[in-house]
Design a protein around this ligand. Structure first.
Ligand code: NAD
Ligand code: DAU
Length: 339
């Protein structure tokens, strides 16, 4: 089996590459990544010499390069992680999100149509459903929940999902879509809540909580997401959407307090800053469908996952110090100074 994994130098994509090489030692994994600010080749160094792995620096919007790769590799499946993924950046610059997340998806699917494919899998997000009120803990996102997006990021992901379903209905492309809640774990880029707070706390820097910190996210350890996608591409029904989430809702402020406690840092580092524009209040996934149809359930409890994650950041300072000492400094200043 030849599988193209796009965005494999990013957070979830790299974890998926590691998972697949381990779980399916007879598969060939071809990683396609543009290496944007969020993609890091050093993340993949442990698999670079694996004969079943190939890395290709390609932009998924580059039609010619993608077609050439299909001619060389004859992939059986494509799993598309490649995306601009940070909501705050999408508020600053929506255009790039439309190009990669929508146009890039269409280029990949056109290649699948032209050369044939057993499965095209789109890695989507629970953010396509919009948000839920904080005072209705009885409500959850199911696969039937209407698309109702808030940010340019989530709108671009929802547009891509609609396009994927249209390619299935119109051209019969064998697609599946997964919509997952917030992931955490190793190789999470430092702009996102959990790694940002771990790294700032380690450096005794302020911990910038948006607003009151009462917004709720449904956190899932990244390896559990990778296992879910592995199941969907092999056993999921073509044309179907699967929600992935761990029933693990937490308020942002509580996450930050846990990180302070585990690192032995004072909560006085917590600083409340101006809220995100259009900030989604609560995400909460109902994972009944993937549980009932494919037998998936999360294996890592948050209490264990957050310990493992913090330990990973303590053990891999070189990885994140390299990132936060570069262009990230300008990003951080722009987003957080005088906020
Ligand atoms: P990330 O930002 O860490 O990684 C994205 C990767 O895509 C990077 O390696 C980047 O270089 C690459 N990339 C970006 N534009 C590209 C292009 N034009 N061509 C080729 N490669 C390109 O993102 P992530 O958090 O790992 O998210 C991966 C996917 O999962 C995204 O599609 C995201 O929408 C989705 N998702 C993320 C989460 C989460 O909590 N992080 C949850 C649900 C779904
Ligand atoms: O739900 C899935 C989504 O989760 C994915 O589709 C996105 O790609 C991924 O980035 C993530 O989006 P969020 O916006 O939920 O993640 P983020 O880590 O940016 O923020 C989590 C929460 O923490 C959110 O309510 C905003 C808040 N926050 C974030 C940062 C970076 C802060 O309070 N302070 C911060 O500095």
């Amino acid at each position: 089996m030849n599988i193209i994994v796009t965005g494999g130098a990013g957070f979830i994509g790299s974890n998926f590459v590691f998972h697949m090489l381990k779980a399916h030692p007879d598969y060939r994994i071809i990683c396609v990544d543009k290496l944007t600010y969020a993609g890091n080749l050093s993340t993949l160094k442990s698999v670079m010499d694996n004969p079943n792995f190939r890395f290709c620096k390609i932009d998924i919007c580059d039609r010619e390069a993608i077609y050439k790769l299909f001619e060389e590799e004859h992939p059986d499946m494509v799993v598309n992680f490649a995306a601009e993924s940070h909501v705050d950046r999408s508020i600053e610059n929506p255009q790039l999100f439309l190009e990669t997340n929508i146009m890039g998806t269409s280029v990949l699917m056109d290649a699948c149509r032209k050369y044939g494919i057993k499965r095209y899998h789109q890695v989507s997000t629970d953010e396509v459903y919009g948000d839920l009120p904080l005072d209705r803990p009885d409500l959850f996102f199911t696969e039937e929940t209407p698309i109702h997006t808030s940010s340019p990021y989530s709108s671009s992901k929802a547009s891509a999902d609609l396009l994927v379903l249209a390619y299935h209905r119109t051209y019969g492309l064998p697609v599946t879509i997964s919509r997952c809640s917030n992931n955490y774990g190793p190789y999470h880029f430092p702009e996102k809540l959990i790694p940002l707070m771990i790294i700032n706390a380690l450096n005794d820097k302020p911990l910038p909580v948006y607003g009151e910190g009462l917004n709720v996210r449904d956190w899932l350890y990244v390896e559990d997401h990778c296992r879910a996608i592995d199941l969907i591409i092999h056993k999921g029904r073509v044309g179907e959407v699967y929600n992935v989430g761990g029933h693990n809702e937490m308020r942002n402020i509580d996450i930050v307090k846990i990180i302070c406690e585990q690192l032995g840092k004072p909560e006085s580092l917590i600083t409340h800053v101006a809220d995100r524009k259009g900030h989604d209040r609560r995400y909460a996934i109902d994972p009944t469908k993937i549980h009932d149809e494919l037998g998936w359930e999360p294996e890592t409890m948050f209490a264990d996952g957050i310990k493992k994650t913090i330990q990973w950041y303590l053990d891999n300072k070189d990885w994140w110090e390299d990132i936060v000492s570069g262009e990230y400094q300008n990003y951080y200043k722009k987003m957080y100074e005088n906020r």
